[in-house]
Design a binder for this molecule. Structure first.
Ligand code: M7M
Length: 183
C-alpha cells in the first residue's frame, strides 16, 4: 500500500497572461495525499528552474488557495528567501524540493499545523521562495518555522531571512514589504 501523508496537498501553477486576472491565471495541477503520488507528480513536471520567467509553483494544503485573501492565509505571512540570480543554477531546485519535503513530512513538529503552503517565483531579477504560515501573532511558531527552514536549507547563520505579513504585502507602496520577524 502507499504511504499516506498527514495532509492532502494541492500543486498550483501560475503563468502570466495579459488577458486574464492574476487570480484566474492560478491553475490547479493536481492534489495528492501519499508519498508515492508526490514523487510521481514531482518527477513528471518541470523543475522550477525550467519554468519561464514570471511563472510560479505553489503547493498548499488542500482547500487553501495560494492567495493572501484566502481565509487560511489572511492573518498570516511568509518567510521569504530572495535568491541571487546565480542561485537558480545551484540552489533553486533543491531548495524548492527541500521545502516541499519539509511540508509533506510535517518537519516543523508541533508548528506544522501553522503551515499553509509554499510558493516559488521564477523571476529575472532573482528567484524567490516563500513559506506561508497561518497566524503572524504566533511568534514562537513563526520563529521556530523560520529556524527549521534555515537549518534544512543549510542557510548560514550569517544570512538572515525575513517574515512579512500578508497584510503589509497587500498594502505595500512600492516594492519593499517590511520584515516583521528575522532569523
Ligand atoms: C487576489 N489578488 C489580486 C492577489 N492575491 C495574491 O495573493 C497575490 C497577488 N494578487 N499578487 C499579484 O502579483 C503581483 C506580483 O507579485 P509576485 O509575488 O508574483 O512577485 P513579483 O512582483 O512578480 O516578483 C503582485 O503585485 C500582485 O498584483 C501576488 N500575490 C501573492
Amino acid at each position: 500500500i502507499k504511504h499516506p501523508l498527514q495532509h492532502t496537498w494541492t500543486l498550483w501553477y501560475y503563468e502570466p497572461d495579459k488577458s486574464k486576472s492574476w487570480e484566474k491565471s492560478q491553475r490547479i495541477i493536481t492534489s495528492f495525499d501519499t508519498a508515492e503520488d508526490f514523487w510521481s507528480l514531482y518527477n513528471h513536471i518541470k523543475l522550477a528552474s525550467e519554468l519561464r520567467q514570471g511563472c510560479d509553483y505553489s503547493m498548499f494544503k488542500n482547500g487553501i488557495r495560494p492567495m493572501w485573501e484566502d481565509e487560511a492565509n489572511k492573518r498570516g505571512g511568509r518567510w521569504l528567501m530572495q535568491l541571487d540570480k546565480r542561485q537558480r543554477a545551484c540552489d533553486l531546485d533543491h531548495f524548492w524540493l527541500e521545502i516541499l519535503l519539509c511540508m509533506i513530512g510535517e518537519a516543523f513538529n508541533e508548528h506544522s499545523d501553522d503551515i499553509c503552503g509554499a510558493v516559488v517565483n521564477v523571476r529575472t531579477k532573482g528567484d524567490k521562495l516563500g513559506v506561508w504560515t497561518a497566524d503572524c501573532t504566533k511568534t514562537n511558531s513563526v520563529l521556530e518555522i523560520g529556524r527549521k527552514l534555515k537549518e534544512r536549507l543549510r542557510i548560514s547563520a550569517k544570512t538572515s531571512i525575513g517574515y512579512q505579513l500578508h497584510n503589509d504585502a497587500i498594502s505595500k507602496v512600492g516594492s519593499i514589504t517590511k520584515n516583521t520577524y528575522q532569523v
